[in-house]
Design a protein around this ligand. Sequence first.
Ligand SMILES: *Cc1c(COP(=O)(O)O)cnc(C)c1O
Length: 366
Amino acid sequence: MILCGNPQAQYLAHKAEIDAAIQAVLDSGRYVLGRDAEAFEHEFAAYVGVAHGVGVGSGTEALHLALKACDIGVGDEVITVSHTAVATVAAIELVGATPVFADIDETCCTLAPALLEQLITPRTRAIIPVHLYGQAADLDPVIEMARRHRLVVIEDCAQAHGATYRGRPVGSFGELACFSFYPTKNLGAIGDGGMVVTGDATLAAKMRLLREYGWSERYVSHVAGWNSRLDEIQAAVLRVKLRYLDSDNAARGRIAGIYNVALKDCCGLQLPATRPGNSHVYHLYVVRSDERESLRQHLQRHGIAAGIHYPLPVHRQPAYSSRFPASLPVTDRVAAEVLSLPIYPELGDVEVSTVIDTVLGFFGKS
Ligand SMILES: *Cc1c(COP(=O)(O)O)cnc(C)c1O
């Protein structure tokens, strides 16, 4: 089976280094928020180009913590997209705030800035643009709008580690930015992990309190917090993998380039677009077809596991649909057509050719 993503291949590619890093944690006796967690916070924040990194338990927790740090809660509205991982929306509801859904643009499937203004109310506090599939949302108009209305911008970078917007890494634009290190992400741990990065020292200090019971010193809670810490073993593995992030992203880009050339004349298939000024790190290689379901089954029969990100937009999911009956025509159309072809740094050329031939075969072109 050719998988859509393959975290095990990544482990095997760096097995000796990862095994050694894990063994070193076991030998150190510090298993939570130790030397590796602290070092990784510095290294990853430096990679993104911001001053502070606060490691947490997951990407969802990173968003939760970022919203809490801004005192966003009951009665507040946060604008984001419905075409995203449910985590983006779950985090908004975790703090008691209300998600407000913006539709997306047809070509890149990220938040459509032109539709933002009409969603802003006196209760709006923040905008969460999601850098979906590996490329940045159109940030300039979002940030301009946020400034004008005094809103916080929290970037959801869970699918875009290393992607740039106008030459600068995502995560360095918003007041805060949130990353996930779930195993399949471009920078993935061997379990859960996440981080909030920010240039604001006060917000960073506040998040360090909140993520560990509000402790200002051990056993003394300065504010009411909870527990969401970055695990030491995950941090040690992530330090190893961070060294390969740029070359891994380049490998993804190379595979995407092969798909782009081989599939460009395949009518019936819309290939992923990269917005001018963006570098795309291809967390996913997402094509669109109005025959999505039969194409997916055809690939499945030929041993290729294509994914769907995501089959149901959040506002259509049972947990949300009755509470957020939004009208999002582009989101609905895109959700019905997207299909993620296999892409990960270790995916071999033979497998890439097999995927291409099988897709072309479906459209009667092989
Ligand atoms: C993966 C993901 C998250 C959540 O990350 P977890 O680590 O799984 O909690 C949030 N937003 C987006 C866009 C994601 O893809």
